[in-house]
Design a protein around this ligand. Structure first.
Ligand code: SRM
Ligand code: SF4
Length: 554
């Protein structure tokens, strides 16, 4: 007898293309929560029901229902937003959300702490900005990422077009989203269907990123589908296709594991949408709908075999992918500061502490970015490292932007250490229901202490990649970092080291369930040895793999 489908599959099947009883859930004023089945469906509409974990115990003691609110995720393909959209998101966050606007690790905007009665207005307002939240979460293709490499602007332009086209091609066709949040009126659903997804969508989430070598800022090998841009004479000629990456795992369940994507071939730019569609459809047909922890593309590929996957993809496409073309990644972090592209436009990348857009003391980040957005003629780009690039600044506008930065105390945001500039942390506590330990709220203290250690060992400019995740799900893509902390319990983390500097190798366990002292002792010793014994050009990740982890194993 075959295993039963997961409960979520039944919820999707009877939802009438994602409607369920969401309208009823919203109109029930007696609770701040939604009907249980709808909590799964609203993810496809771009939001999650959460409760404030800092308040949970106290609310239970006072016999109150949890402090329910919603996290809303806004899809931003390639992280590119107009100044008008920036201003609108800033405004929405300041009125409707409890916490400041957040830039995520997949280049989207997130709002935390929106209450149920405000959901409709908030989502409606977001839609007026020409951004939306449809498919920002749920068992569908999520926000399509794209490298924010500014000095190669013709290639970036073409790559971002592909990211937007793939995103549009894989957006669900259900009218439920417009019915509930935009038009308000029920639309005749007679001819409505989901040509790519079908009525039960995918078995699990699906993620795509476009990387532009030499920078692997999007962590292309951590994606279900990675498209690696291949350029000749600064012209995009196509993409190497990488499939089967993913980070998620569960502590103590070795049958769950992170996996790097395999490069399976090359396609021309005009074939990217159909390649993505057929991979998604293969996963739709063969992904595991009986176990959500085994339902990502990486497991489907491993279960059925990479060769079978490639052969079945070729059959669906009607042709084989061409042989992969040569490419080289040399870095993954953002280049903080000013940079000029080949068309003489300037791009300014600012370090955004923890990806939160808020005024803190002398650093009036939210106010300063608002003032910049009011005059800026180019665009904004959320980077995969939770930073922000103010893009396409004309030569004659640079002085104005510089003076606005100074007026708002933002100059320090272009002079952080390379380690700090690319360090990532997931949200974790107090919003994430799955968090075992702090991540976002621990990042400033962790990186401050690490900066001190780096300086102590003469390594202040070393671009070591550091990632913190509050649990093993890996929302900061920790398993491809040189140094990662993965939460086990409050104040306790697995320390992972030995990833490479370009996100193409996974790290290994150095310490299990360790506290801060043990972690910093290990890093202090490791950095001391690295400084003394590194080989020419060797990264910290390569050194830890060659020397430290070997030594630990002896
Ligand atoms: Fe994630 C679940 C936050 C990027 C792997 N992730 C969650 C939830 C929704 C918790 C939940 O299911 O209730 C978190 C909400 C916290 C909150 O309040 O914001 C959450 N994930 C995030 C974000 C906001 C982290 C951040 O601080 O930036 C990122 C939003 C991305 C976006 O804009 O779309 C985020 N999550 C990722 C990434 C990185 C990526 O996509 O490049 C990963 C690893 C890559 C991957 O998917 O393999 C990731 N999130 C997960 C998983 C594990 C999935 C798996 O295959 O096992 C979960 C748990 C789940 O889905 O059941 C999860
Ligand atoms: Fe939550 Fe875990 Fe993701 Fe962090 S890694 S946001 S704790 S699910």
């Amino acid at each position: 007898m075959s295993a039963p489908l997961t409960p979520v599959e039944h919820v999707k099947a009877k939802s009438q293309l994602l409607r369920g009883s969401i309208a009823e859930s919203l109109s029930d004023d007696a609770t701040g929560a939604l009907i249980e089945d709808d909590t799964h469906l609203v993810k496809f509409h771009g939001f999650y029901q959460q409760d404030d974990r800092d308040l949970r115990a106290e609310r239970i003691k006072s016999k109150l229902e949890p402090a329910y609110s919603f996290m809303i995720r806004v899809r931003v393909p390639g992280g590119v937003a107009t100044p008008a959209q920036w201003l609108a998101m800033n405004e929405i966050a300041s009125h409707d959300a409890e916490r400041p606007l957040r830039l995520t690790t997949r280049q989207t905007f997130q709002l935390h702490g929106v209450i149920k009665r405000d959901l409709k207005t908030t989502l409606g307002t977001i839609n007026k900005t020409l951004l939306d939240t449809l498919a920002a979460c749920g068992d569908v293709n999520r926000n399509v990422m794209c490298s924010v490499i500014s000095e190669r602007s013709p290639v970036h332009r073409a790559a971002i077009e592909t990211a937007a086209a793939v995103s549009a091609h894989l957006t669900p066709r259900t009218r439920a989203y417009h019915e509930l949040w935009v038009d308000g009126a029920k639309v005749n659903t007679g001819d409505e269907s989901e040509p790519i997804y079908g009525p039960t969508y995918l078995p699990r989430k699906f993620k795509i990123a476009v990387a532009i070598p030499p920078v692997n800022d999007v962590d292309v090998f951590a994606q279900d589908l990675g498209l690696i841009a291949i350029a000749e004479n600064d012209r995009l000629v196509g993409f190497n296709v990488a499939a089967g990456g993913g980070m998620g795992r569960t502590h103590g369940e070795p049958e769950t594991y992170p996996r790097l994507a395999d490069v399976i071939g090359f396609c021309e730019p005009d074939k990217a949408c159909e390649v993505a569609e057929h991979i998604v459809e293969w996963q739709r047909d063969f992904g595991d709908r009986t176990n959500r922890k085994h339902a990502r593309l990486k497991y489907t590929i491993d279960d059925r075999g990479l060769d079978t996957f490639k052969a079945e993809l070729a059959k669906r496409l009607g042709y084989e992918l061409q042989a992969p073309r040569p490419y080289e990644f040399t870095a993954r972090g953002d280049q903080i500061g000013w940079m000029q592209d080949d068309q003489s436009n300037w791009h300014l990348t600012l370090f955004i502490p923890e990806g939160r857009i808020e005024d803190r003391g002398a650093c009036a980040l939210a106010t300063g970015l608002k003032a910049i957005a009011e005059v800026h003629q180019g665009d904004f780009r959320i980077t995969p490292n939770q930073n922000l690039t103010i893009s396409k600044i004309k030569e004659d506008a640079r002085a104005l932007i510089e003076s606005l930065l100074s007026q708002h105390g933002l100059d320090p945001l272009v002079s952080v250490s390379p380690m700090r500039a690319q360090a990532l942390a997931c949200v974790a506590l107090p919003n994430c229901p799955l968090a075992f330990a702090e991540a976002e709220r621990y990042l400033p203290s962790f990186t401050r202490q690490l900066d001190t250690l780096l300086a102590k060992h003469g390594l202040a400019n070393e671009p070591i990649s550091v990632r913190l995740s509050g649990c093993a799900n890996g929302c900061s893509r920790p398993y491809v970092a040189e140094v990662a902390l993965v939460g086990k319990a409050p104040g306790s983390y697995n320390l992972m080291v030995g990833g490479d500097a370009i996100g193409a190798r996974m790290n290994k366990m150095a310490l299990e369930s360790a506290g801060e002292d043990a972690i910093f002792d290990y890093l202090d010793r490791g950095l001391e040895q690295f400084s003394a014994h590194r080989q020419a050009g060797e990264s910290f990740g390569d050194f830890t793999l060659r020397a430290l982890l070997q030594e630990d194993a002896e």
